[in-house]
Structures are given as C-alpha cells and as structure tokens.
Design a protein around this ligand. Structure first.
Ligand SMILES: [Zn+2]
Length: 232
C-alpha cells in the first residue's frame, strides 16, 4: 500500500471514532501498519476528527518510531502503538480510546469476563486488565512502558493477542487491535458494547458466572476460520 492510500484509510478509520460514539474531543487514535514498507500511519496529536485530512496523518517507522512523512506531531500514544506492532507480529491496526464503558472497567482494574456470545464472537476469553505502571515506569517512558505492560499481561497470562484482540490498561482505558484498522475499530465498538452489557448483567445478578467454555468455543471457532477445527 502506498503512503497515500494508507493515510486515506487511517484518516477514515480515525473519523469513525466519534461517529461510533467511541471518542469525544480528541480522546482516541487509530493507526495501521504496512509491514512490508516498514511503517505505520497514525493520527496527529490534537487535531479534531472532523478537521482531519489524509495529509495530516503521520507516517512513522516501525523500527524506530521516527516520523517518515507528515508535518504534524504524531499522537502522544505513538510509542505504545509501536511496542504493540513490534511485539504482536500479526496485528495490522490499533485503536486507543477513552470510551466510557471500557474505561469504567479499566478504572475498576478488572478484566472483562466472557459473559455472552457477542463477546465470544470477538474475544476468545476474558479481556485482560494490566497492572498499574510503577512511578519509575511512568517517569522513565510512560507511553512505551504502557505498551510493555500490555505485552507483559499477555505473556504472563499466556493469552494469544490474535485470539483476544484487546486489553484494558488499569486506570487508563482500552487498546484494541486487529488485522487492519477497520477491523480494529469494529473490535473497539464491540468491546465497548460488551463492557456495557457486562456491567448491567452484574447489576442484575451479582452471582453471574459467565458462559461455558463449550459455548465460547462454539462461537469463537465458528467465526474465526484460522482456528476452525480447533477444540471440537
Ligand atoms: Zn489514553
């Protein structure tokens, strides 16, 4: 994909955030990688979604995070996106927002349990919540260490980032990914909806235990061709 097409697509997927009620003001950013070209494109810092143009999108190196094309400053979260692209080899698009339902779970420092088939269609198991960053990690390299604490959460809990394409960062909010930025936005919208429904379910019945593994398998594997045949 040429820079031009990549920037057009990333402009479009960023502009979806307010339309899908995932971001107010500039509370979110979307990026997409072109791994062959060794770059990813990301929203610039501080530009309102309705003013965003393809030329505003910043193209940065997947190796160093330095700007390759674009006049504006890349989003403050660029270093987090960079770590995720570097450590999660198959992902091609990332979304970060402060969408209220997902942030509620992140603030509560709780993983989102798999309570429904809507969840199981997109996330194969709980969506994990990270630990908090230490003061040292915050001071030293906040955005980069946010990425590293996400990777640590997946490694420690042996979660496959391709099967659970989202995380809640404690006290902050969600990062969601997918094969490209459009799919990542879809996953972000579904996560928000699942966070809302899970909260309500717990209010209605605090004893709730979540769906059975067999129902989770049935839904996840039915939807995800690459795992078709697993667990049956
Ligand atoms: Zn944030």
């Amino acid at each position: 994909m040429k820079h031009k097409e990549l920037r057009q697509k990333v402009c479009e997927t960023n502009r979806l955030l307010p339309k899908l009620d995932l971001a107010i003001f500039t509370w979110g950013n979307v990026s997409e990688a072109d791994r062959e070209a060794g770059v990813f494109a990301i929203k610039p810092s501080g530009v309102a979604y309705d003013k965003l143009e393809p030329n505003d999108i910043v193209v940065v190196s997947l190796e160093t995070g330095e700007t390759v094309a674009g006049k504006l400053k890349p989003s403050r979260d660029t270093a987090t996106h960079l770590v995720l692209y570097q450590k999660f080899a198959n992902i091609g698009g990332i979304v970060h927002t402060h969408s209220p339902w997902a942030v509620s779970w992140a603030q509560a420092e709780r993983a989102l349990p798999a309570y429904s088939t809507s969840h199981a269609d997109y996330f194969y198991g709980n969506v994990p919540c990270t630990r908090k960053l230490t003061d040292q990690e915050l001071k030293e390299a906040y955005e980069k260490n946010t990425g590293l604490v996400i990777v640590e959460t997946f490694e420690k809990n042996q979660i496959d980032p391709d099967a659970v394409p989202a995380v809640l960062v404690a006290g902050h909010g969600p990062f969601i990914w997918g094969p490209d930025s459009m799919k990542a936005v879809e996953n972000a919208r579904v996560l928000e909806e699942c966070c809302k429904m899970a909260y309500r379910a717990e209010v209605i019945n605090p004893e709730i235990s979540g769906i059975e593994q067999s129902l989770l398998d049935e839904h996840y594997f039915h939807k995800h061709g690459k795992y078709a045949g697993y667990g049956q």
